[in-house]
Design a protein. Structure first.
Length: 162
């Protein structure tokens, strides 16, 4: 069964979306949706990262909470800076962060956190996954930023994924 449907959640989601898009439960809609739900995961199997093995769900919940709080605080800070400072007084900067995290799923989560947090943007990951380049909208202290990112995000991701 796993060979025919490598990702049941993806297949189920595709079928549901197909039916909702067509707004019909007609047999041809269900049949074409079922074919789509089987073929697409088979064709995209090599594009998906390795199966996620989350080892510490409590740490994952804490990380999610920390990330949400950081996103809200950062959104307020960026809004304040945009409204009160001139562009010349903003200290945008690229920061290189040495990484211990190598797991592709952990790196994907880190990328999502960085891209969703106002004021930061994922720039580049080195080929060997040892260094991350992040753009920071208004950098005050580079060492503190690196230490905070490693403590607040990388350390929990290491616990969860490696």
């Amino acid at each position: 069964m796993k060979r025919l449907i490598p990702s049941p959640p993806l297949s189920g989601t595709l079928l549901i979306v197909w039916v909702l898009l067509h707004q019909s439960l007609h047999a041809t809609t269900l049949l074409s949706g079922a074919i789509l739900a089987i073929v697409v995961p088979l064709l995209t199997r090599s594009l998906r990262p390795a199966t996620v093995r989350m080892r510490r769900p409590v740490v994952a919940l804490r990380l999610a909470g920390d990330a949400i709080v950081d996103m809200l605080v950062s959104a307020l800070n960026v809004a304040r800076l945009v409204l009160t400072r001139r562009n010349a007084r903003l200290n945008g900067y690229f920061v290189q962060i040495p990484l211990e995290l190598r797991d592709p799923n952990g790196l994907a989560v880190l990328a999502m956190i960085m891209c969703l947090t106002p004021g930061t943007a994922w720039g580049e990951l080195s080929f060997d996954r040892s260094t991350l380049l992040i753009h920071v909208f208004d950098l005050v202290d580079e060492e503190e930023f690196v230490a905070r990112l490693k403590q607040r995000y990388e350390r929990p991701l290491l616990e969860i994924f490696q």
